[in-house]
Write a protein that binds this ligand. Structure first.
Ligand SMILES: [Zn+2]
Length: 462
């Protein structure tokens, strides 16, 4: 027996539009369902909720978040034998995170030694539970590092990156994270006929690595073939090397602009691949013409065959608003808003210990103590959405796609997450538009958050 909730008077995010229509949820199964047969409505509908014209968006998905509310996903999980303290603090963080509208996320580990990955990754894999009260749902871990360019480390632990050596051969990469954290080796059960053992990602869903290190392209190819989402970043790559990473199977660029070579008109760097990955050789005019034609020919069949998705941190510090606008105008279908938030999100200003270093937080800005090196952010997805909307003039549906359907597509989960379609998980956010004095663009405010068809946050009740 299902329990159907009908939502009326909502403006739903559907593609590029806000559409006024009813929505139906099976609150026991936790999914969106088609409008039920009118003859059955009386017996099945348990409640009708009138949203009075407010916006209903799929729940937000954050592909890059290092920690929040005093907890760092990379901290030592082995402080007690069973990791009880780590598990409890992780659980508390997920409970708080969901109140921001982030119903799913990739818990992100910064660059660590192999032992830390082996200890922590088993805790950070996909949540699997469909209990709506467990907070934001992990869709698998994001390992950001340690296979980075040594001159593009940012605030990542230098000793972890340096100890990874100069190469990124598949065997070394797999050993560092642990094969069991990367590949699920349990045989498929009868419901998963199409999956083969070893092709189902285990705890790790995404890896960021520099594509120019020896062995990196082969690793990108092997791991992406096994279902792990590869993203290039913290790299010294030029245009050609970045393009090679995408051609090898990487789908994304991690925090565009930050920790990569800047654009130059004669050496476009990784930013150049936002326009595509054509092999243009300026020394050879014939080749240019042939390959341009070839690329246009492919473009006819697939408008963006090799243009990567890219993360953007829209906190106002990592990237100038004009650069964000430029990236958005260049490749709007590629842009994903990520927070890159640290454990200091939700905390007081001041200086604190962080792994082996010290960080200073001032508002939403976090720097390595005594330097001007940006260490990460303290923003939430709603703050990123509002900044992005203000700086680019993008429509509300376009902005919301950058934190819902687009990250879901990157993860290959477009039928399950980031969508209001029938059968998708009923993870959603109810948003109000509030005017701001002296600002022509309204702010979107999270009024309610629903997880698996159950309301888990209501601003009016806080
Ligand atoms: Zn980073």
């Amino acid at each position: 027996m299902s329990e159907i909730i009908q939502i009326i008077n909502a403006r739903l995010v559907e593609g590029n539009s806000l559409v006024s229509r009813s929505l139906w949820i099976d609150s026991l199964a936790g999914i969106f369902v088609p409008s039920p047969d009118p003859a059955l409505v009386k017996v099945k509908v348990v409640s009708t909720i009138d949203l009075q014209g407010r916006i209903l968006s799929p729940g937000f998905i954050d592909l890059q978040i290092n920690g929040a509310y005093g907890f760092d996903f990379s901290e030592d999980a082995s402080k007690d034998a069973a990791g009880v303290s780590y598990k409890n603090r992780y659980s508390e963080t997920r409970q708080k995170l969901i109140k921001t509208g982030t119903t799913s996320f990739l818990p992100t580990m910064t660059s660590q030694h192999a032992e830390r990955y082996h200890q922590n990754l088993p805790f950070l894999g996909p949540s699997k539970s469909r209990n709506p009260f467990e907070g934001s749902e992990s869709l698998g871990a994001h390992c950001e590092g340690p296979f980075f360019a040594h001159n593009r480390m940012g605030v990542h632990l230098p000793e972890a990156i340096q100890s990874s050596g100069p190469s990124s051969e598949p065997e070394l990469v797999i050993r560092t994270y642990g094969a069991s954290n990367l590949f699920n080796t349990t045989p498929p059960n009868s419901q998963e006929q199409e999956s083969e053992p070893g092709k189902i990602p285990s705890h790790v869903r995404m890896i960021t690595m520099a594509p120019e290190r020896p062995g990196a392209l082969s690793t990108i190819q092997q791991l992406s073939n096994k279902g792990i989402i590869m993203s290039i970043g913290h790299m010294a790559a030029n245009y050609t090397q970045a393009a090679a990473g995408i051609k090898a199977g990487a789908k994304m660029m991690t925090h565009l602009y930050n920790q990569m070579n800047p654009h130059h008109h004669r050496e476009p760097g990784p930013l150049g691949i936002l326009g595509g990955t054509m092999d243009i050789n300026p020394e050879n005019e014939t080749k240019v013409i042939l390959e341009e034609n070839d690329s246009l020919h492919h473009a006819h069949h697939d408008p963006r065959p090799t243009r990567p998705y890219f993360g953007i941190i829209a906190d106002g510090h990592h990237v100038h608003p004009a650069s964000i606008r430029l990236a958005h105008l260049t490749h709007p279908e590629g842009l994903v808003l990520v927070t890159d938030a640290l454990m200091l999100l939700g905390g007081e200003d001041g200086t604190v210990d962080w792994l082996t270093r010290r960080l200073t937080k001032k508002g939403i800005k976090v720097m390595l103590e005594g330097t001007d090196i940006i260490a990460g952010s303290c923003v939430t997805i709603p703050q990123c959405i509002n900044n992005f909307r203000k700086w680019t003039g993008a429509s509300i549906p376009a902005v919301l796609q950058a934190v819902t359907s687009r990250p879901a597509s990157i993860l290959g989960m477009e039928n399950v997450k980031g969508s209001l379609r029938d059968g998708a998980d009923a993870d959603f956010v109810v948003l109000s538009e509030e005017g701001v004095l002296g600002q022509s663009v309204s702010e979107l405010v999270v009024d309610q958050v629903w997880k698996f068809g159950v309301k888990v946050f209501d601003r009016d009740l806080e």
